[in-house]
Unconditional design. Structure first.
Ligand code: NAP
Length: 339
């Protein structure tokens, strides 16, 4: 019998891609979120799926939303606001918890605070199972391979544009507030906070992108997920300057669908170089739409949690719990890999 999965925040931009991916793979997810009207509108697109209204300030409603499910995928952010309540509910219900959080601070909290409780409840907690935090971690883990540690891991994001959703903007705002407006970088084996503006530079991506102007020190959730399981001194992050300009422009519109699946025309390349003792290993992945590709990432993860090949209960990141190369290769329809 197939397990049931609850998607919380099911009607958000990312939640809708996740629901569609689950349905495409033969699941019948429970649609959950705090707004009954938005849930009903999503239900019209997916007739027959159960809908449960639940709010993070009402634990009993969350328990009802999770009842009968074997895992919950939390797509409702800012995760600083939703993750603790959803994780507590998953622990009470003894079901796996996954989220798509890109917030550095929320992911740090999740990775730090629930190990013992997850083991006691016999569940797996897997935050940042998404484009930011998940994909970079999988690429870095596959690149590092059999090295016991790395001196430096560089992650360069080649986004053609970035039309942020309201959820992305809200998450960025919460994170900025939590770190007092400072920037964060991973250097000398830990997170450091900086006040001065990040310098700009260039990054030479594999073809067809080639050399692009980039913002340096553009630290994302990978700076939390990678060092959670790979000893590394420095993580350097880069983002194409055009994407940063879109992100900080208050006039940027939300992403618009460019095909019947809802994907936008945005393209991405994530280029990872790991260095150790003078050697370098490189692996990159390219595809379309950073929000849409989060769906196959998190749905592949939830399926693998049920295939019996993962680790014992606990709190993990993507690269830590899965065979990174095998995971990436399984998504060949969505991710083009280049070494
Ligand atoms: N790591 C990654 O690569 C990655 C990829 C995709 C998305 N994300 C993250 O996922 C989150 C959602 O993104 P999105 O693109 O789907 O944004 P979105 O379209 O704006 O959707 C946000 C969703 O979160 C729900 N929500 C917000 N605050 C809530 C709260 N306090 N309680 C319950 N529900 C709440 C919203 O419900 P209402 O409409 O009822 O407010 C909505 O369903 C963001 O934090 C984003 O950064 C990360």
């Amino acid at each position: 019998m197939q397990h049931q999965v609850t998607v919380y925040g099911a009607y958000g931009h990312t939640g809708r891609f996740v629901v569609a991916e689950l349905v495409k793979r033969g699941w019948a997810p429970v649609l959950a979120g705090r707004d009954a009207a938005k849930l009903a509108a999503l239900g019209d697109r997916f007739p027959g799926l159960a809908r449960r209204v639940a709010s993070t300030d009402d634990p009993m409603s969350l328990d009802r939303a999770l009842a009968g499910s074997a895992a919950v995928i939390n797509c409702a952010g800012p995760f600083a606001e939703t993750a603790p309540a959803l994780i507590e509910a998953a622990l009470r219900s003894k079901i796996h918890y996954l989220d798509v959080a890109a917030e550095i601070e929320a992911n740090l909290d999740t990775l730090a605070n629930y190990e013992e409780q997850a083991r006691d409840a016999g569940i797996i907690i897997l935050p940042a199972m998404a484009f930011f935090g998940g994909l970079g971690d999988l690429l870095a883990t596959a690149a590092v391979g059999d090295w016991p540690m790395a001196d430096e891991i560089s992650i360069a994001y080649g986004l053609s544009s970035w039309r942020p959703t309201a959820g992305t903007r809200a998450a960025g705002q919460v994170s900025r507030q939590r770190r007092g407006g400072r920037r964060v970088v991973y250097a000398n084996g830990g997170l450091e906070y900086r006040d001065h503006p990040a310098p700009s530079g260039e990054w030479t991506f594999p073809t067809p992108l080639g050399t692009q102007p980039v913002a340096t020190e553009f630290t994302m959730a990978d700076a939390v997920t990678i060092p959670h399981h790979i000893p590394v001194k420095d993580i350097k992050s880069f983002m194409t300057s055009c994407a940063v300009s879109d992100l900080i422009d208050p006039a940027s519109e939300q992403p618009t669908a460019d095909d019947e699946s809802g994907r936008s025309s945005q393209t991405f390349m994530v280029d990872v170089i790991a260095r150790s003792n003078g050697d370098a290993r490189r692996l990159s992945a390219s595809g379309r739409d950073i929000y849409a590709v989060t769906a196959p990432l998190v749905v592949e993860a939830v399926e693998r949690l049920f295939d019996g090949k993962t680790r014992p209960p606990g709190v993990y990141t993507a690269g830590q719990i899965f065979d990174a190369r095998d995971f990436l290769q399984s998504l060949s329809a969505e991710l083009r890999l280049a070494a």
